[in-house]
Design a protein. Structure first.
Length: 85
């Protein structure tokens, strides 16, 4: 069976990259952020995500970028309770 796309899981890779890029940009000083670029990334990410999973991807990205942070706090920040993740 031929693989789909280049990696076999292109959509997942792109979704994770977009989420990580958006979270990284959000962590910059406001004067360093490009609101238009962030809005565009958010639109691309929302279009690429399964319905209802946008915040999950963002929470996972923030955990990856901040490995020493409290994961439960991050997930709550994105609307998840401890029992949901």
């Amino acid at each position: 069976m031929p693989k789909k796309g280049i990696t076999g899981h292109d959509e997942w890779v792109i979704t994770e990259a977009l989420a990580t890029a958006l979270v990284a940009l959000e962590q910059l000083e406001p004067t360093q952020q490009s609101r238009q670029q962030m809005d565009d990334i958010r639109k691309l990410l929302a279009a690429n995500c399964q319905p209802g999973t946008l915040n999950l991807h963002l929470a996972q990205a923030k955990c990856r970028l901040n490995p020493h942070a409290d994961r439960a706090v991050i997930y709550r920040e994105y609307g998840f309770e401890d029992r949901e993740v």
